[in-house]
Design a binder for this molecule. Structure first.
Ligand code: AMP
Ligand code: GLY
Length: 435
């Protein structure tokens, strides 16, 4: 099987690393890839905004299966372009990718199919009606304001202050860094609870669940500082008690798949549920139409099945033939970020110690923003490396990941010290919230 992976981050590196372990993987390309992905796949240049050029590349390479990493090509319709040409690709159609591409679309979908989510207060189409609504006495604080379109995690504000809310909405409507994403805005009830990333792979009918993961979104320890794309993740079965998983599957996963089929959007690919586990049960904060980054790094370290074959089966409607099995124990991924991230990162720094880090037992170093120049790696982005490890228990996995991370040297870089070292079982978290 010849496989093309689209993307250039740590998620795509983990996918290439795992696909390479498949006995059927004859050749793996990654487009555009990065300096470290080149260790596991042949990197080829492409502009992922250009779906025609991307399909041309797959045709030219004679690829059997293309797996899409990030959301942008999906929202731009890469799957539809491949389908027109009879090329096999794993991902949802442009229409179904709106589950991630438009928060208002997702919210209306959830309402139509009675999928538990935060109550919607309304939408804003312009800044005048927004500031009027936000000044009204009937507004219940705290609330959450969301730009409708894709904003790389920066289009959401949870706030209790009318002033902060109005300023944020004005910024969204002004365009700027948000472009057209903020031309429509949703506001909803803020939910209290614990967040969980729950991801499935589906062929539209059948699905397999990935092991549960939790993401640390804030930049600094103890959930301080601004939101980021994700500073680290961990996975262990203890996170998710069986009854809670059952509730997620029966109350959210199955109605989502049924709703997609009913609305003529049969879905092949990954569905990432960003959930809040509240005292009233799990609720959907967002849908993503792809694997998470850095969730994938923790998930694939625990995968004890042929991931490439499962992706092929899902893309061709035969997922019923796939079984997933998972290594027991735990995994963790610690993201090393450049100085300045999540603001403007300082890039071009030399990265030392990757080889020593990779020698730690159970560890794997996944590259996000790196390039190879001569014999040395240099930073090219905000999130640089996902230093990951698997272990017998969560403390074993995190100790190994931190041991490996301590061997990496990048001037000015930073990483959180508390990945996987806080609360673990969501069952207990919810019990506590219940009193
Ligand atoms: P989203 O892109 O919709 O997942 O939002 C990004 C982050 O904002 C989530 O991971 C949560 O931390 C937070 N968030 C989003 N919606 C809500 C909500 N209704 N209540 C509380 N926090 C939320
Ligand atoms: N780590 C969150 C995401 O991939 O959206």
């Amino acid at each position: 099987m010849k496989i093309l992976i689209l993307g250039s981050g740590g998620r795509e590196h983990a996918m290439a690393w795992k696909c390479r372990q498949s006995p059927d993987a004859e050749k793996i390309w990654c487009a555009p890839g990065n300096g470290g992905i080149a260790l596991d796949a042949e990197c080829v240049p492409v502009n992922l905004n250009d779906v025609v050029a991307t399909a041309d590349l797959a045709e030219k390479l004679g690829v059997d299966l293309t797996i899409v990493g990030p959301e942008l090509p999906l929202v731009k319709g890469v799957v539809d372009e491949f389908a027109l040409r009879g090329l096999t690709i794993l991902g949802p159609s442009q229409k179904a990718a709106q589950l991630e591409g438009s928060k208002i679309f997702a919210k209306e979908f959830m309402e139509r199919h009675s999928i538990p989510t935060a109550d919607t207060y309304g939408t804003f189409e312009d800044k005048e009606s927004a500031s009027q609504a936000l000044r009204s006495a009937s507004v219940e604080w705290p609330l959450v304001i969301k730009a409708d379109g894709l904003c790389a995690g920066k289009g959401v504000l949870v706030t209790s202050s009318g002033k902060e809310a109005t300023e944020f909405v004005e910024k969204l409507f002004a365009g700027g860094e948000f472009g057209d994403a903020g031309k429509r805005v949703l506001y909803e009830q803020a939910l209290a609870g614990e967040e969980l990333s729950y991801i499935i792979l589906t062929d539209g009918e059948n699905f397999i669940s990935m092991v549960p993961t939790r993401d640390h979104k804030r930049a600094y320890d103890n959930d301080r500082g601004p939101n980021t794309g994700g500073m680290g993740t961990y996975s262990t079965d203890e996170i998710l008690p069986r009854e809670l998983e059952h509730e997620i599957v029966s109350g959210i996963v199955k109605p989502t798949l049924a709703g997609l089929r009913q609305e003529g959007m049969p879905y092949r690919g990954f569905i990432f549920l960003g959930l809040m586990i509240t005292k009233n049960g799990p609720k959907v904060l967002e849908y993503n139409c792809r694997l998470g980054d850095p969730e994938t790094q923790s998930i694939l370290l625990r995968a004890d099945f042929d991931f490439a074959r499962a992706c092929m089966n899902a893309a061709t409607g035969k997922l019923g033939d796939s079984r997933s099995s998972w290594f027991p124990g735990a995994s963790a991924c610690v993201v090393i970020a450049s100085e300045g991230y999540p603001g403007k990162p300082i890039v071009g720094q030399e990265i030392r110690g990757i080889e020593e880090a990779s020698k730690v037992a159970g560890a794997a170093v996944f590259h996000s923003g790196t390039k190879l120049d001569g014999n040395a790696y240099f930073t090219t982005g905000g999130r640089v490396l996902g230093v990951s490890a698997r272990g017998d228990s969560l403390s074993d996995a995190t100790n190994r990941a931190y041991d490996a991370a301590s061997r990496i040297r990048i001037s000015g870089s930073h990483y959180r010290q508390d990945i996987g070292r806080t609360k673990v079982s969501l069952g207990r978290a919810v019990d506590k919230a219940n009193g």
